[in-house]
Design a protein around this ligand. Structure first.
Ligand SMILES: [Zn+2]
Length: 485
């Protein structure tokens, strides 16, 4: 099912302006990113489309309807009409029917969302150029946004928009960046839209790119890895403009690593280093191939370096808590020691953007394994608290989407582990002394049986942590509460 996106462009004082809005941080799809009006094609759009000759009439109607719903602007009867939030009903669009101004929409091209977004959307992009006369009528568009979709919006000179992106103040997906770039490059409202290599002319030939420079100098490149379901990819991050640092090149399979190699070959920049959050195979699988191609050091915590395969053949650089990695733009990365999931786990903080590249500290979906002896629940909780105290603006997990609400996600993880710990204590109280095998169905009664083997490892991590804190103890292979607890 295709989706549609509509970009409004108006003549500005010096340069064309476009209207963009920030998607609410809690939106599961691209929360916190700046975007245009967008949505899916509904049955009502197809009904209305029957009145029109355009091949893509349903898409055009959908784009007009979504814009109407999201900001109250309707293109009908040869003019723009404004509607307050309470007036935006389905009937308005249905009644406008054959009077909708479909011809005002210019098709800009097709784009298929890359896999890391977990959606199979193919999007038709449209643009509408407003006239000088119309420009003044839509000054207050930001006040009219659907607050369930967007938390802010503005008319912005496209050049300024690009600067905001460059400085990491806003995040853009590749097609949105491409459109902003085109408007910025145009002298006046652009006469043509993005080049065929970025947008496709048909859905089948839709442009797509796994690599998105979500803000200046930060490329998110999800690569297919043999990771733990439901995750299928590991986010490889390429930081820098001319001097590049690759974080967590996951795949060992050459086909899966190819998008990263292609990306690095295409950039004029030099690869300076490979940095690792930790030693797990889905984070380091590409190290060997990269170091064979580029003679660069592998930078990681000493405990990670110790656990790397083929360590003898690598040039390494050990870093620890507080150490920095040089990056030309957006600026240096600061390492934060965050063990628990893995003994040498580091999270990298980029202070200028206030972004944490979090490795396997959290995931936007699924769970993080804490498997003893490598995993340590006490350390893990402490690491979550450490990053929570940093209160970063953005967090990029190794699996899933970035979040602009890191504190909420981290707190959720802490609460979830604490809830599970309480279940462990309750189960020990009721059923102890008991083996981990006996405890799993009690502690994980909410989980499907298939995950019990993994759950048992987490349970053991909780028990060892409780033992460390002298709340639980082990006797004859059974676990029980410490008397008096
Ligand atoms: Zn891991």
């Amino acid at each position: 099912m295709p989706t549609v996106s509509l970009t409004l462009i108006r003549p500005g004082d010096d340069a064309p302006e476009l209207f963009w809005a920030r998607r609410c941080a809690d939106r599961s799809f691209l929360g916190g990113f700046h975007a245009f009006f967008a949505g899916g094609v509904e049955p009502v759009d197809r009904d209305i489309a029957d009145h029109f000759e355009f091949d893509d009439a349903a898409l055009r109607v959908a784009a007009i309807r979504e814009t109407f719903e999201e900001c109250g602007l309707l293109f009908g009867n040869g003019e723009i009409q404004r509607y307050s939030r309470s007036e935006r009903t389905d009937e308005v669009v249905a009644n406008a029917g054959r009077n909708l101004d479909l011809e005002r929409l210019e098709p800009l091209g097709w784009w298929r969302m890359p896999k890391f977004l977990d959606v199979a959307y193919t999007t038709a992009f449209f643009g509408v150029r407003l006239t000088e006369g119309e420009a003044a009528q839509v000054d207050d568009l930001a006040d009219q946004l659907d607050e369930s979709e967007f938390d802010s919006g503005q008319w912005i000179d496209a050049t300024q928009a690009l600067e905001k992106w460059h400085r990491g103040e806003v995040f853009l997906t590749k097609p949105i960046h491409c459109l902003v770039d085109t408007v910025a490059a145009a002298d006046g409202v652009p006469k043509s839209f993005p080049s065929p290599e970025s947008f496709g002319e048909t859905p089948k030939r839709a442009g797509t790119s796994a690599a998105g420079e979500i803000c200046g100098g930060v490329v998110m490149l999800p690569l297919k890895t043999p990771t733990l379901p439901p995750a299928t990819h590991t986010n490889c991050i390429v930081v820098g403009k001319q001097q590049l640092v690759v974080i967590d090149p996951g795949p060992s399979d050459p086909d899966d690593l190819a998008p990263l190699l292609d990306h690095l070959e295409r950039r004029d920049g030099r690869l300076e280093a490979i940095a690792l959050t930790h030693h797990h195979p889905d984070h380091v699988g590409g190290v060997q191939a990269l170091t064979e191609r580029w003679d660069v050091p592998v930078i990681a915590h000493p405990k990670t370096l110790e656990l790397l395969p083929d360590i003898a053949s690598l040039r390494t650089g050990a870093i620890d808590d507080g150490d920095t990695i040089e990056v030309d733009h957006p600026g240096e990365l600061v390492a934060h020691f965050t063990p628990g999931h893995a003994p040498g786990h580091l999270a990298f903080h980029q202070p200028d953007i206030d972004m944490v590249i979090g490795g396997d500290l959290v995931a936007s979906r699924g769970t993080i394994i804490v498997d003893p002896p490598e995993g340590d629940m006490g350390d893990y909780l402490e690491s979550l608290h450490r990053v929570l105290e940093m209160n970063p603006r953005v967090l990029m997990p190794a699996h899933g989407q970035m979040t602009t609400r890191p504190a909420e996600l981290l707190q959720h993880y802490i609460d979830h582990r604490k809830m599970r710990e309480q279940k462990v204590v309750d189960a020990l109280e009721q059923f102890g002394p008991a083996t981990t095998e006996q405890l799993v169905p009690k502690v994980y009664e909410d989980a499907p049986k298939a995950v019990y083997p993994i759950a048992e490892r987490s349970l053991l991590a909780h028990l060892l942590d409780l033992q460390q804190r002298q709340i639980a103890q082990q006797s004859d292979g059974c676990w029980l509460l410490v008397i008096g607890c």
